[in-house]
Design a binder for this molecule. Structure first.
Ligand SMILES: Cc1ncc(COP(=O)(O)O)c(C=O)c1O
Length: 389
């Protein structure tokens, strides 16, 4: 059976060039990078080389990069690290965090936890496309606001946020600006200086590096309290023995992502636009998320009278990997908090489908999916009392 992977927002395969770069660090250059002997020094040099490559991707300096175990840890470290550092400063920027209602659970659940610890959190609503309201953001800022955490691009609907304007508001009000850029890096230009970003989370497995490695950018001067105590690695911000192969892989993936950005973006946008055009030919099908301000690899649809899980299972039976919500929440059968936040009814949210493309996606694959989808939708509708009403 033909197999087509269209779930690159959930995870990506490891790029061959990334894998080749990593392999020696499993069995040849295996020294502990913190050891002072030659074995350790060789691994240390590779970590520092990777640090530079990660920094270059986002226009940061190498000593502003902290390696972590992935996007979730980077988000936790960014939000909690700043919050714990500020917690005793009530009345002087100590208690108020602003985030959005459509964050990934790595930020959303962290912020809800901060509420339980006594912090005051504002969850900004979004419009029908998933874009935050900048006036509402500005109105929400108080003298107690010390952190704004707004994602760069959404993992479900692909909508990108007005980063430059958020960054400026944060800077003008002397507030730390964290962004979850896990889905954005390598798919759109990300520049921490242009956007005034102070903290930025990224993850290896969304950019053709392995799972279990990521990074947090920490602007020089931004103080974090550690959440992983131990041997004092990463300037005391994040202890634990370095994951040398993973970090080397992340570095290579960032180097490749940077050099291929223009080419990858053009390739993805072409195929995504074709997929959207063909899919919207299906009767009563709609695009979720912003028509233009969206990631080049994201196509997110809803179909009247369709149950997303059934659609997904039928696509799977045709060898197509897709998603109904985010991979992280698809085991929960509740409607996605993101689709509800953009104003969809629960049944509309349940009738949604996410197709995300990657570097390896071909036009033939898009044609295959576009060919199969109308028949599946029509079969499911024929069985649905909602459609036959
Ligand atoms: C926007 C976003 N943030 C954070 C994460 C979590 O990253 P990781 O899987 O590396 O922990 C994901 C993963 O789906 C994501 O899409």
């Amino acid at each position: 059976m033909k197999k087509v992977y269209m779930d690159y927002a959930a995870t990506t395969p490891v790029d061959k060039e990334v894998m080749n770069e990593m392999i020696p660090y499993f069995d040849k250059i295996y020294g502990n990078p913190s050891s002072i002997h030659g074995f350790g020094r060789e691994a240390f040099d590779a970590i520092e080389d990777a640090r530079e490559k990660v920094a270059n991707l986002i226009n940061a300096k190498p000593d502003e990069i902290v390696f972590t175990s992935g996007g979730t840890e980077s988000d936790n470290l960014g939000v909690k690290g700043v919050a714990f550092k500020n917690k005793n400063k009530k009345g002087s920027k100590g208690y108020h965090i602003i985030t959005s209602a459509i964050e990934h659970p790595a930020v959303l659940e962290t912020c809800k936890h901060m509420e339980k610890l006594g912090f005051n959190v504002k969850f900004l609503p979004v419009d029908e496309y998933g874009v935050i309201d900048l006036d509402e953001l500005e109105k929400s800022i108080s003298k107690d606001t010390f952190l704004i955490s707004i994602m760069f691009a959404n993992h479900e609907i692909g909508t990108t946020q007005p980063m430059e304007k958020i960054g400026k508001l944060a800077k003008d009000n002397d507030i730390v600006f964290h962004t979850d850029a896990v889905q954005a890096v390598c798919k759109t230009p990300v520049d921490v200086n242009k956007f005034n970003i102070d903290l930025l989370s990224m993850s290896g497995h969304k950019i053709y590096a392995p799972k279990g490695v990521g990074a947090l950018y920490v602007r020089k001067g931004v103080k974090l309290q550690t959440i992983v105590h131990g041997g004092g690695h990463e300037r005391g911000i994040r202890s634990s023995t370095y994951n040398s192969p993973g970090i080397v892989g992340l570095g290579k993936a960032c180097e490749l992502g940077r050099s291929r950005l223009v080419k990858d973006m053009a390739h993805l946008k072409n195929l995504r636009d074709l997929l959207i055009k063909k899919t919207l030919n299906i009767e009563e099908s709609y695009l979720n998320g912003h028509p233009e301000k969206r990631l080049v690899n994201n196509a997110h649809f809803r179909f009247t009278a369709i149950e997303g899980e059934s659609l997904n299972l039928r696509l799977d039976a045709k060898g197509i990997a897709a998603a109904t919500g985010s991979a992280c929440s698809s085991e929960k059968l509740e409607a996605s908090h993101i689709l509800l936040a953009i104003g969809l009814k629960p049944e509309e949210a349940h009738g949604s489908l996410r197709l995300t493309l990657g570097r390896m996606t071909t036009k033939e694959e898009v044609d295959y999916v576009s060919g199969v989808l109308p028949d599946i939708v029509s079969t499911l509708r024929n069985m649905s009392p909602l459609w036959n009403r």
